[in-house]
Design a protein around this ligand. Sequence first.
Ligand code: NAD
Ligand code: ZN
Length: 327
Amino acid sequence: MSALSPVGVVFRLSHRLLTADWTAGHRLLTGPAWSFCVTGGHFHSCLLKMARPSSDMAAFRELFAKAKHIVVLTGAGVSAESGVPTFRGAGGFWRRFQAQDLATPEAFRSNPSLVWEFYHYRREVMLSKFPNAAHIAIAECEKRLAQQGRRVAVITQNIDELHKRAGSNNVLELHGNLFTTRCTKCRDVRVNKDSPICPALAGKGLPDPDTPDARIPESELPRCTKGNCGGLLRPHVVWFGESLDPKVLDQTDKELKDCDLCLVVGTSSVVYPAAMFAPQVASRGVPVAEFNIEATPVTNSLGFHFEGPAGENVKAALAPHPSEPTQ
Ligand SMILES: NC(=O)c1ccc[n+]([C@@H]2O[C@H](COP(=O)([O-])OP(=O)(O)OC[C@H]3O[C@@H](n4cnc5c(N)ncnc54)[C@H](O)[C@@H]3O)[C@@H](O)[C@H]2O)c1
Ligand SMILES: [Zn+2]
């Protein structure tokens, strides 16, 4: 059994979306996730004994010049410079709730109106936002390297579609997408960019903590238009406690196993299973570079850490290298 095996097992077992608080060195998960976290904890403690990561951009650029298959793992921080609030920053609250309170199947069952208000707000916010320098650098790098027979793939936790809007084609959306709905009755999945998504949500969803809940009757929330179904629609996103799409996870697994360079951009590395991906790649001896405005629980397990805004640092990291053919 290779040194990688335990991590591989952990990765396969932990397909549910979960959060963990690594900051105090304790895992706050309970139930089926426990064994996964204990193993993950041992793994992280081993890695934490490793040397501090390098911030030598010239050294990273040498590895970049040679890489044939680059994976870019992204989280909410890659969209922060587009004005999209992250979960753990100051903009992490909507009314009196944190995302973890509303992005759950239980919240939707008990108050679908409130959860739809929250997602309606996030959809409407996204209509006024645009890809930033980091999204664009990643998309341009994918196109440029494809012409050199090299691959760039994005694995994102984000549901905001900004990578696709920037022009990235190889994108795996681990947690789904804000602009796709799923019927709770017939399970029909379809793209929906309507604004507002239904008349009753027009002008609703304001984030101010004093805003009264709209209490929209279920019959007036977004409904399925397939045939005569009429079922209640939900956002086609993965909520906390739900399983990630096995097809997306299989593709993710393949990208992580095949890559020879990995960038991990703007993620707090506390949401599982995505939090395991960068340490998993690093444990194979593949160079992994973290781009974040601060250190995270996985920083010390990675080869590089570039502290600062993603727009600046990712752009510098992925710019054309002098060794690349001119186009
Ligand atoms: N844009 C989105 O789609 C969006 C927004 C909020 C949350 N989410 C969801 O949040 C969950 C939380 O995990 P997460 O790790 O993605 O987000 P997170 O909010 O937990 O962490 C954001 C990370 O980005 C870093 N960051 C902030 N600004 C940055 C910048 N300018 N440059 C580089 N790094 C920066 C922060 O230091 C932090 O580590 C995921 O499930 C994701 O689906 C998505
Ligand atoms: Zn339906």
